[in-house]
Design a protein around this ligand. Structure first.
Ligand SMILES: *Cc1c(COP(=O)(O)O)cnc(C)c1O
Length: 400
């Protein structure tokens, strides 16, 4: 405590890479699990922590079915498999996303088709429309919680009968026209990896309102033999799919669910605090002529725990690098997506895809777009230290 106060007094930047602590209320149940060894979700006849989490998450998000799995990447893979897409099906994904997303598509024996992303971090709708011909499915990554225009995307996809999967890994709590993100497409996928809003180290969730998709995903996630009977309300669908689907074993275990459950009631407060932190720093950064923070779309109420901004007038890569260094000297770590070597969010590093297409818009954005973590727990004073450092770094390189 004393050292925290001291750090603040000297205007030191906070450590934004620290994850959220796990609520104290999880401890008793963790102890019970450690004592009993009851870690596998299908051992208990009913009410295992994973099953309870699924019910609570479905209720929180407003979906009929929720399936807890080992990661959001696993949920994305199961989503593609549950849709029954044939080998080499073409799946549209934004070119600005995390490498795990095209990887999930490859894992499902499908072919990712990268769609341009503009300087507002959202899917370029002209390029999206141009690539719809020949597409079999659409996977929308709401990267860093920036929501692409879901009204336009759903309209185009519905008109062609294309299924839409939402990668809402980093969007828990975001609203679109007042509706929770992840519930707009046929399937929504969420992450509980430590740098997301809910921290379980690792973990993911698959949601849908479609009983057949739910049944298929549940079986493939590893509900072998008659373990599906521990998931409620899908008996007919399960009977149909029994023994007809491969088991990929991507289950969540009880310890993870126990770490997540007490965080579900905290989501709304974290979202409110994260948004208020984000908007405060965004407003301060926008006072600089060298910085642009793209606004949310009108339909969107964001739930950010990080802030992305574009450097303006930084024509040379070296100027952008100098800005990064100047911020780092002030204790604030800012990453320019396209300038950090081997960045997993820069599409040209996805060499496992083979030759990647030229995507000039996305490339231009990535070369000047900055990534700044901004966890919900930060205080106004800490936010000011961060904003001051960034404004001073931009002024140092470009002039006041
Ligand atoms: C974190 C993240 C993922 C991957 O989630 P995991 O749970 O780590 O597999 C996928 N997409 C986006 C947009 C993410 O932010």
């Amino acid at each position: 405590m004393a050292s925290a106060t001291l750090a603040l007094q000297s205007g030191q930047a906070p450590d934004t890479y620290q994850a959220e602590p796990i609520p104290e209320s999880a401890r008793a149940e963790i102890d019970r699990l450690l004592n009993s060894g009851d870690l596998f979700r299908y051992t208990a006849p009913a009410n295992a922590p994973v099953a309870l989490l699924e019910r609570e998450f479905a209720e929180h998000i407003g979906a009929r079915y929720a399936l807890a799995v080992s990661s959001c990447s696993a949920a994305l893979f199961l989503a593609l498999k549950a849709l029954g897409l044939p080998r080499d099906a073409r799946v549209l994904i934004p070119a600005f996303t995390f490498a795990a997303v095209p990887s999930a598509v490859v894992h499902a024996d499908c072919v990712p088709v990268l769609v341009e992303v503009g300087r507002n971090f959202r899917i370029d709708l002209d390029d999206f429309r141009a690539k719809l011909d020949g597409a079999d499915a659409v996977l929308i990554s709401h990267m860093r919680g920036h929501t692409s225009d879901m009204d336009a995307i759903m309209k185009e996809a519905d008109a062609r009968g294309l299924p839409v999967i939402e990668d809402a890994a980093h969007s828990l709590g975001t609203l679109w026209n007042g509706r929770k993100i992840g519930t707009i497409g046929r399937i929504g996928c969420f992450s509980f990896q430590s740098y997301k809003l809910v921290n379980a180290g690792e973990g993911g969730m698959f949601i849908t309102d479609d009983p057949d998709l739910a049944a298929r995903a549940i079986i493939m996630s590893g509900a072998y033999e008659h373990n599906w009977k521990k998931h409620h309300g899908l008996q007919n669908s399960f009977h149909y799919w029994q023994n007809k689907l491969p088991l990929y074993n991507m289950r969540m275990q009880n310890l993870s669910a126990t770490v997540i459950r007490p965080q579900i009631p905290l989501i709304d407060d974290r979202v409110t605090a994260g948004r208020s932190n984000h908007d405060y720093v965004a407003e301060r950064l926008c006072t600089s002529v060298w910085i642009d923070v793209p606004p949310p779309l009108p339909q969107e109420t964001r739930a950010p725990d990080s802030l992305q901004f574009n450097l303006l007038g930084f024509d040379e890569d070296d100027a952008a690098r100098a800005f990064q260094k100047a911020a780092a000297r002030r204790g604030v770590s800012v990453q320019v997506f396209g300038l950090s070597k081997d960045n997993a969010r820069a599409f040209w590093n996805w060499q496992f895809l083979g030759p990647v297409p030229d995507l000039p818009k996305t490339r231009e954005m990535l070369m000047r777009a900055c990534d700044l973590r901004l966890p919900a727990r930060l205080t106004r004073e800490e936010l000011d230290v961060i904003a001051d450092a960034i404004l001073a770094a931009a002024a140092e390189v470009k002039g006041a």
